[in-house]
Design a protein around this ligand. Sequence first.
Ligand SMILES: CC(C)(COP(=O)(O)OP(=O)(O)OC[C@H]1O[C@@H](n2cnc3c(N)ncnc32)[C@H](O)[C@@H]1OP(=O)(O)O)[C@@H](O)C(=O)NCCC(=O)NCCS
Length: 378
Amino acid sequence: MADNGGLEGVVVADIDTSYIDGSIGKLIYSGYTIEDLAENASFEEVIFLLFNTRPPERGEYEELRSRIAENAVIPADVIEMMRSLPRDTAAMAVLRTAVSMLSAYDADGENLSDKERAKAKAFRLTGQITTICAAWIRIAGGLEPIAPRRDLSVAENFLYMTSGADPDPTACAALNVYLVLLAEHGMNASTFASRVVTATGSDMHSAIVAGIAALKGPSHGGANSEAMKMFLEIGAVDNVVPWFEKHIKTGERRIMGIGHRVYKSNDPRAGILKRHSKALAESSGKRKWYDIAVKLADTARADDYFIKRNLYPNVDYYSAILLYTLDLEIDMFTPLFVMSRIAGWSAHVIGQMGGRLIRPKANYVGPQGLHWVPLDKR
Ligand SMILES: CC(C)(COP(=O)(O)OP(=O)(O)OC[C@H]1O[C@@H](n2cnc3c(N)ncnc32)[C@H](O)[C@@H]1OP(=O)(O)O)[C@@H](O)C(=O)NCCC(=O)NCCS
């Protein structure tokens, strides 16, 4: 049996995009703490930072922002393809298919040798993924998709394209923080998948499709949906303690959105998301889900089992509340993760370009020395 099937502790690249110290709950992007960025930076500034390891000047920021917005339109054929899908298709499957299809319409689709052109492609994909997410919400709801506006940020454009109305500033701020917080996270599974594809010399759309495919799994991008399903099942603040006694104290289930493989003190993103989901819950008048989440987290934090094992809410716990309070269906939670993580993936893809083929070994445990008997003699 291979003793490290999960590749834990194996270092596969030098990166300058993010650093995590799980023992003290620290996450930085290119030198800046996640708390600082969440408070002060827009998602577009973070994209620039991840690509250039420095903040943009005003002109650079404005150029990047308008480049993303101007390239956010998706071809009519992609919209038609989405319309042709069964309405109950998983949103991540729709997104995976649509991004793959986009490569056929990208004049630079097959290039993966020029880093500047790859950056331009990443900006196109950032805008287009935002539009695909909003368009699928409309199409799945039996509504006409709305075209992106050239004057809006990624967060504003997404909210505008889902409703057609000018987006609410509190909702935009909350979504911007969500996008900043999930943009990059070291050598996680989907980022690694994107890098493996890139290291074969393949193109950026293929690498991003690989990232989407890996993020789709419940062990990676799907935990916030599971957390929300759990809050819905609890249903009311008064049900939290009986639910906890019945399902958690008995060891029957885990609290989704609590615990982390890397963060063993706290996940710094969780506290920030908690503050923003509270502001959003208050401004929208929909506090119930936030109150359930806080009561459950407090109940767990007062319990010896959780104290002894250092189990704290992770990024998925309050992002579930934030996204649900933005009126997003649970099925859209992981696509929203993609809308943010496209930044980290594409920075890693560009970092990997020209690098060595990633090719680990497997430990053969099958039979040896057998002789093949032709089919008619078996
Ligand atoms: C994220 C997660 C897989 C990390 O797992 P890990 O680092 O491998 O830790 P383990 O699964 O070994 O758990 C360590 C201990 O804490 C317990 N534990 C971990 N997370 C728990 C949770 N959410 N609820 C209850 N108990 C939990 C385990 O039962 C185990 O107890 P034991 O020592 O008595 O066996 C785990 O915390 C989890 O399943 N969380 C819920 C799902 C989730 O939120 N995933 C998103 C992560 S970003």
